[in-house]
Design a protein around this ligand. Structure first.
Ligand code: HEM
Length: 329
């Protein structure tokens, strides 16, 4: 992870943003321009992410996943950030989320310079974009103008978050129902090119795949050996490894994840399934055999599209004062 060029990444991003001014519904590129005194909201978020990410590269994966888990449940409304009993955060698949402190810090800084202006849902979207850009991805024009929601429910999260063994067809259907295409789904799974996964999410593939008492026959034998070392059969500690097993590219936004998939080196069952399903395997191959730029362009566009799910505007939501707590009671 190098940050030497991060200022130029940001500067270039701002130039692109002023050149291309699009809007989608009530969302807009550069919504906060001029709304926070002399302060540049997007730059503030970028700098907070940069500070955290320079200390802990896991930040990048945390923030990308956070956007997914927020947007897929009830839309991009910061419902995943709410603290308290039976909120989305408490749902099992969300227990391994990270990056909340990055959002909270950005929110604190923004509240100190322009209180009540910037929504937590927008901060989350801007933070994900910043981490993509900082770790080798392409800057994209994230849209802003969302308001924060009033509802966060554990059961809703459990119902809507996909499981690792969800059939590809059902996953495609889930994404379709959120306005995303089959290709968007495969491209967004490319978020797995950065970040970590815990043993309990794929242990069955190593030892007892669908009660066969054998490993998943589709797993490359060298990978099987490595992963069994990381995740012993009777291991008490739930260790973590990388979703993209390309050496030296663990924290890099690139198409390494797809290259691993076509080499039978996917870690999660869903990853393996998209490489094998007739619905999606040609998309996986195209992404694997094209250059990084092909994937990165598509990834940015798909993140923007995902950011449009269930957006709240005007009186449909609020600007939270603290991202973990809903203002309205
Ligand atoms: C069917 C869809 C998906 C399933 C079943 C799935 C499942 C998972 C699982 C089980 C993990 C590991 C969690 C852990 O053990 O800590 C994970 C990590 C991750 N996922 Fe997904 N995922 C899906 C789609 C996506 C999408 C669409 C994105 C992004 C746009 C994404 C981004 C990530 C990232 C970045 C990580 C690493 C998180 C970190 O390092 O903190 N995933 N995913």
């Amino acid at each position: 992870m190098k940050f030497s060029s991060s200022s130029s990444v940001f500067a270039l991003g701002i130039i692109l943003m002023t050149l291309v001014s699009q809007s989608y519904g009530n969302l807009k590129v550069g919504y906060y321009r001029g709304k926070c005194g002399k302060h540049n909201v997007e730059e503030i978020v970028f700098n907070v992410v940069k500070a955290y990410a320079s200390k802990d590269p896991n930040t990048v994966g945390h923030l990308i996943r956070l956007q997914f888990h927020d947007c897929i449940v009830r839309g991009c409304d910061a419902s995943v950030l709410v603290d308290g009993p039976k909120t989305e955060k408490t749902a099992k698949p969300n227990l391994s989320l990270g990056g909340f402190e990055v959002i909270d810090t950005a929110k604190d800084v923004l509240e100190s310079v322009c209180p009540g202006v910037v929504s937590c849902s927008d901060i989350l979207i801007l933070a994900a974009r910043s981490s993509v850009a900082l770790y080798g991805g392409k800057w994209y024009d994230a849209e802003t103008g969302r308001r924060d929601g009033w509802v966060s429910s554990q059961s809703e999260a459990l119902k809507n978050l996909p499981s690792v063994n969800m059939p590809v067809q059902n996953a495609v259907h889930l994404f379709n129902s959120r306005g995303l295409t089959k290709e968007d789904f495969v491209v967004l799974l490319g978020g797995h090119t950065v970040g970590k996964v815990h043993c309990d999410k794929f242990q069955d593939r190593l030892y007892n795949f669908y009660n066969t008492r054998k490993p998943d026959p589709r797993m490359n034998p060298a990978l099987l050996k490595t992963l069994r070392n990381t995740c012993p059969a009777k291991g008490k500690i739930n260790s973590a490894t990388f979703l993209d097993q390309t050496p030296k590219s663990y924290y890099r936004m690139d198409n390494g994840y797809y290259k691993q998939l076509v080499a039978n080196r996917g870690v999660l069952e869903i990853d393996v399934n998209i490489a094998n399903s007739p619905l999606t395997n040609s998309i996986v191959k195209k992404l694997a055999y094209s250059n990084d730029g092909f994937f990165l362009d598509k990834f940015g566009k798909a993140m923007i599209k995902m950011g449009r799910i269930g957006v709240l505007t005007g009186k449909q939501g609020e600007i939270r004062r603290s991202c973990g707590a809903i203002n309205r009671h």
